[in-house]
Design a protein around this ligand. Structure first.
Ligand SMILES: *[C@@H]1O[C@H](CO)[C@@H](O)[C@H](O)[C@H]1NC(C)=O
Ligand SMILES: *[C@@H]1O[C@H](CO)[C@@H](O)[C@H](O)[C@H]1NC(C)=O
Ligand SMILES: *[C@@H]1O[C@H](CO)[C@@H](O)[C@H](O)[C@H]1NC(C)=O
Length: 290
């Protein structure tokens, strides 16, 4: 191990700062029961994963399902802990190569297009457990040996929610494995881009190991239409950097990374800031070709 102490360097690159009117979309959260056909979905995804995604990986899909079911059913819908899933997790050990770990918070859409373009990045949703349970809802019921397909409580209503406990354990495992350079994508269009209550802030950050992680490369991205609330030097991101420093991590922080801005603009070329970006890229091209 190198004897040098990690330097807490301030490497902030500002790219594009455009202030455009703020658009506010209200989202309505509906309440559902367990996802219909969950058994077929999970077992099907498991076979897809072992056959097509990670070809040649050996996992016992039927047994994983059995252990999952055992953890959840015949327990009240707010009474499933991480421990209940241990047997299931033991059946799906996984190791990732370093320098590929991608963490995110409140940037769900963007992070998945980013990972789709840069295929070497891995998010939690690329691990077997993440792949199997992504977007699903489930809960059991005390007096019945089946899932409750009518109603599941919201995550926030209890500390031992079956969905929360599974993701908490999966996130912890993922962060503990992280090594080399890791990337964290945060949303600069919201207050508390770094939120101590989010999965990243409450579970993953604490599970990262400074002995295994070389650099934490933070990228703060705002929506092309704004608002521009937080950045590497403003708001909760500063707090994240302080925590990283105090735990001995090396880090970098980038505001509006050009690649990420372009990815966002592909989805909405009519944004004024995207038009300006396109024009400036074209001008640069003109300068280099003439
Ligand atoms: C939760 O589970 C434990 C056993 O695992 C049981 O003793 C307790 O009564 C349960 N609580 C509720 C509210 O169902
Ligand atoms: C930031 O969060 C807002 C509100 O949740 C969301 O609408 C927006 O898409 C997010 N931006 C990015 C870049 O992910
Ligand atoms: C890790 O990140 C640092 C800082 O951004 C960079 O200088 C270095 O080249 C990166 N190493 C790898 C293997 O990506």
């Amino acid at each position: 191990m190198p004897s040098m102490k990690p330097a807490c360097l301030l490497i902030i690159s500002f790219t594009i700062w455009l202030i455009v009117p703020h658009l506010c979309l209200a989202s309505v959260q509906a309440m559902f029961g367990t996802t219909p056909n969950i058994k077929h979905i999970v077992i099907g995804r498991c076979f897809t994963y072992t056959t097509l995604v990670q070809t040649g990986s050996r996992y016992d899909c039927e047994e994983i399902w059995k252990q999952f079911e055992k953890a959840v059913v015949q327990r009240s819908s707010c009474n499933v802990t991480e421990e209940h899933y241990f047997k299931m997790f033991n059946m799906m050990p996984q190791i990732w190569p370093c320098d590929r770990f991608l963490f995110w918070s409140k940037t769900r859409m963007l992070v998945h297009s980013y990972a789709a373009v840069f295929r070497h990045f891995w998010t939690l949703e690329d691990t077997l457990v993440g792949y199997l349970f992504n977007d699903l809802i489930w809960c059991g019921q005390e007096e019945d040996s089946d899932f409750d397909f009518n109603y599941c409580p919201a995550w926030s209503t209890c500390r031992t929610h079956p969905v929360y406990s599974l993701w908490k354990h999966a996130s912890k495992n993922f962060a503990e494995m992280a090594c080399g350079n890791i990337t964290v994508l945060l949303n600069g269009s919201i207050v508390n881009a770094f939120n101590r209550k989010s999965m990243f802030g409450s579970v993953e950050l604490d599970s990262l190991n400074p002995q295994r992680v070389n650099y934490v490369n933070i990228k703060v991205v705002t929506n092309p239409e704004g608002p521009h609330i937080e950045s590497c030097s403003r708001g909760s991101v500063v707090e994240l950097i302080q925590i990283l420093c105090s735990r001995g991590f090396r880090w970098t922080c980038t505001d509006n990374d050009l690649t990420l801005v372009i990815l966002q603009c592909i989805q909405d070329l009519n944004q004024p800031s995207c038009k300006m970006l396109a024009n400036s890229l074209l001008q640069q091209k003109d300068l280099t070709t003439t």
